[in-house]
Design a protein around this ligand. Structure first.
Ligand code: GDP
Ligand code: MG
Length: 286
């Protein structure tokens, strides 16, 4: 019999480089929300993929911002694994970059090399690069740090994902699986649903709006054939009520409609979805 193999893989990088896009593709399920806006992912999230005797545990993380302390960022990510995966350690880091390798990213490489955890670097969105020379320059710069697992990608292409998976396969260790085969994530259904709705809000509203909102699920239940969600969209600016509602409620209705489709899909069309979103204005007291 084949012995069980395991790998704990943490995906890191600046905000908006494509971490959640890669994460979803690797686990073959849209679990993490993605958008063009910054800081879409706010909490780390575990996704599990099983293949025969292999178990891949991927972690999607919030993005690295320019103004945060790099070491703190990495330590927090390492701690998340310790706390949520019963003291296990990360086997592999995947760092995604785009267009350049900046100083913060160099600091991360140095830190990770220092603690002796393997790292793969993905140079994503190569479809947006104007010249091949830019790519060659980045690769050269990375190689200076003795990192040779460098994968240029356009995550919208299937072929590129195949190479990434092949490389990840080299970092499995012989170890008992941490999760049962039918488990997909460490998060509760309510959390995933909240994220799905948050994604629609992100995608359907203007740039500044999502950062001035709070979204709360007030009531939630799930039985054998229905999921019921009653929620609040709280805004701190009065003028946003109109924008969020839209003409004849068309904006909020669209958010509800698209959320329902995604929630249904996430649960493999097993449930009817009843979703209520109430818009509420609260004066911020600060
Ligand atoms: N052009 C292009 N866009 C991409 C690629 N990969 C991801 N994106 C887009 O980049 C945006 C940010 O992706 P996301 O996964 O949310 O980034 P994260 O903040 O790092 O998790 C989304 O709109 C993605 O569709 C790529 O290879 N090429
Ligand atoms: Mg993300």
């Amino acid at each position: 019999m084949n012995k069980e193999k395991l790998s704990i893989i943490s995906i890191i990088g600046k905000t908006n480089v494509g971490k959640s896009t890669l994460f979803n593709k690797l686990i073959k399920k849209k679990l993490s929300i993605t958008s063009k806006k910054k800081n879409t992912t706010q909490e780390s999230l575990i996704g599990i993929k099983n293949k025969n005797n292999k178990q891949f545990i991927y972690i999607d993380n919030p993005g690295l911002n320019n103004n945060i302390n790099i070491i703190k960022y990495i330590r927090k990510i390492i701690r998340y694994i310790k706390n949520n995966l019963s003291n296990n350690k990360i086997n592999l880091f995947i760092m995604i970059i785009e267009k350049e390798l900046n100083n913060n990213e160099i600091k991360i490489i140095k830190f990770i090399k220092n603690i002796k955890i393997p790292i793969i670097i993905i140079i994503n969105k190569i479809d947006k690069l104007k010249k091949i020379q830019i790519l060659l320059k980045i690769i050269k710069k990375i190689k200076k740090f003795k990192i040779y697992n460098i994968i240029p990608t356009n995550l919208k292409k299937k072929k590129d994902l195949y190479y990434i998976k092949k490389i990840i396969n080299n970092f499995l260790i012989e170890k008992k699986h941490l999760f049962n085969k039918n488990i997909l994530t460490n998060k509760k259904d309510k959390y995933i649903i909240k994220e799905i709705i948050r994604e629609k809000i992100f995608r359907l509203t203007g740039d500044e709006i999502p950062y001035n909102l709070k979204f709360k699920i007030k009531n939630f239940y799930k039985n054998i054939n229905i999921i019921f969600i009653e929620s609040y969209l709280i805004t701190f600016k009065k003028q946003y009520i109109k924008i969020l509602t839209g003409k004849n409620r068309n904006k909020i209705n669209k958010i509800i409609y698209l959320s329902k489709i995604s929630i249904k899909k996430y649960f493999n069309n097993k449930y009817k979805i009843k979703l209520i979103i109430k818009i509420k204005f609260i004066k911020k007291t600060k």
